[in-house]
Design a binder for this molecule. Structure first.
Ligand code: MN3
Length: 200
């Protein structure tokens, strides 16, 4: 079973001015597409061929760097595109809002903590918000294309993520990662995050 590059639910320019069209085009069409093709080549005729992506990540051998990088890259970008959208951002409503407030004290505190995790990830990586048991939410960050589902991961179910590789922002923001992180909050699709939060 080969993995497919998922269709984007919005146009490349839909997230402007926060994320520019050229970055979206290259990021999705080249980077994500590359991870997808590499992943399919790596799992072809292997024990992983018929597993879903979560199973591959959960059972990953961390020494298998090709699978680690490309399975991670495939999964991480799938989630990233889904939790962004046009006419989004602002503060969440609904159940996720209550959970953010009870876990972090306020939306502003959550935003500060998540932004710090994204800003302080040295080099390439991701920031995550994960849903754990008993309604607990946790923020973590991972290096390269690692993610919370891997054996070395912070655990829980990823419901929000931010790509802080330079390829995600360099054309528009150059070295200003904090500006990119701030802009990301204008395009978070909280309905989608909430949907994932409520899914068992
Ligand atoms: Mn990326």
């Amino acid at each position: 079973m080969a993995f497919e590059l998922p269709k984007l639910n919005y146009a490349f320019e839909a997230l402007e001015p926060n994320i520019d069209a050229k970055t979206m085009e290259i990021h999705y069409g080249k980077h994500h597409n590359g991870y997808t093709n590499n992943l399919n080549n790596i799992i072809s005729d292997s024990e992983n061929e018929n597993k879903n992506i979560e199973e591959i990540l959960n059972s990953l051998d961390l020494d298998n760097s090709g699978l680690r990088n490309n399975a991670g890259g495939y999964y991480n970008h799938n989630l990233f595109w889904e939790i962004m959208g046009p006419n989004s951002g602002g503060e969440p409503k609904s159940e996720i809002s209550e959970s953010i407030n009870s876990n972090f004290g306020s939306f502003e505190n959550f935003k500060d903590e998540f932004s710090k995790a994204a800003a302080t990830r040295f080099g390439s990586g991701w920031a995550w918000l994960c849903s754990k048991e008993n309604g607990k939410l946790e923020i973590c960050s991972t290096a390269n294309q690692d993610n919370p589902l891997m054996p070395n991961g912070c655990g829980g179910k990823p419901i929000l993520c931010l790509d802080v590789w330079e390829h995600a922002y360099y054309l528009n923001y150059q070295n200003r990662r904090p500006d990119y992180i701030n802009a990301f909050f204008n395009v978070i699709n909280w309905d989608e995050v909430n949907k994932r939060f409520l899914e068992k």
